[in-house]
Design a protein. Structure first.
Length: 255
């Protein structure tokens, strides 16, 4: 009799494990669809994602081909492009109310800074996300509204090898590319019940925007030199314009 119970227990445990793996595999498509559907409501831009793969066996995940478009008023093709992001997760948290992400490593993203005295694409997207988090925007479907939102904790978020492509209005279409220092965020949502996807997006985008603004301000002199062919006062106007852009973002980044 004990042997029968023992065998029965093993069978039940095996079914539970198998069910968890099936659920995890189905998350790949769910997450991809969620990013491409829910993400644009936050950023008010297009968002495309090639693939997501989650492995419970290794406690890892990968995100490939994430592209965040620009608001309609901007001309450059995209704001942010990520070829690959490697994610380390706590597999036991996948089906819980708070997903524990141990590490995120975003490699060599391409960022575009387009704008002038009237604003820029990154600050516009960040303002959209800020507004979304303030209003508590959520998907409008009844099914989603009837379920409590799942939260996320990210212990270590690292962005390396990023580059920012700078396109300043008034420089006759001239552009330059600048390297960004590593961006390192830790303990996101760790001391609380977690962050909503919108709050996590806001925290990461705020850090990326701040780093891009600093890089653009630091490269003002080079941008001014590149504008020399436009006229003798172009260099001075470019530097002054970049200073005004930086100052204008100060209030937004402090929110």
């Amino acid at each position: 009799m004990k042997k029968i119970f023992w065998i029965g227990g093993i069978v039940i445990l095996s079914l539970i494990v198998a069910g968890a793996f099936v659920a995890a595999s189905s998350l790949d498509g769910i997450i991809k669809a969620g990013v491409e559907t829910f993400g644009p409501r936050m950023t008010k831009t297009s968002i495309n994602l090639d693939s997501v793969h989650i492995s419970l066996l290794t406690g890892s995940a990968s995100v490939k081909g994430l592209v965040v478009g620009n608001p309609k008023s901007y001309k450059t093709a995209q704001a942010i492009s990520v070829g690959l992001a490697a994610v380390g997760i706590n597999p036991f948290s996948i089906l819980s109310d708070k997903i524990i992400v141990r590490t995120v490593h975003v490699e060599s993203p391409e960022i575009t800074f387009e704008g002038g005295l009237g604003g820029n694409n990154l600050s516009t997207i960040l303002a959209n996300v800020n507004e979304f988090t303030k209003t508590g925007g959520m998907p409008s479907t009844n099914a989603a509204a009837s379920q409590p939102g799942r939260k996320i904790e990210v212990d270590d978020f690292l962005i390396t090898g990023a580059r920012v492509h700078v396109s300043i209005t008034g420089l006759g279409g001239k552009e330059t590319t600048l390297p960004l220092p590593d961006i390192h965020l830790t303990d996101l949502g760790k001391s609380t019940d977690g962050l909503t996807p919108a709050d996590l997006t806001r925290a990461v985008l705020k850090a990326v925007t701040a780093a891009a603004v600093k890089a653009v301000a630091a490269g003002a002199a080079d941008l001014g030199k590149n504008a020399g062919a436009l006229g003798k006062d172009a260099a001075k106007d470019a530097a002054e314009g970049l200073d005004k852009i930086k100052n204008g973002l100060g209030g937004l980044l402090g929110k």
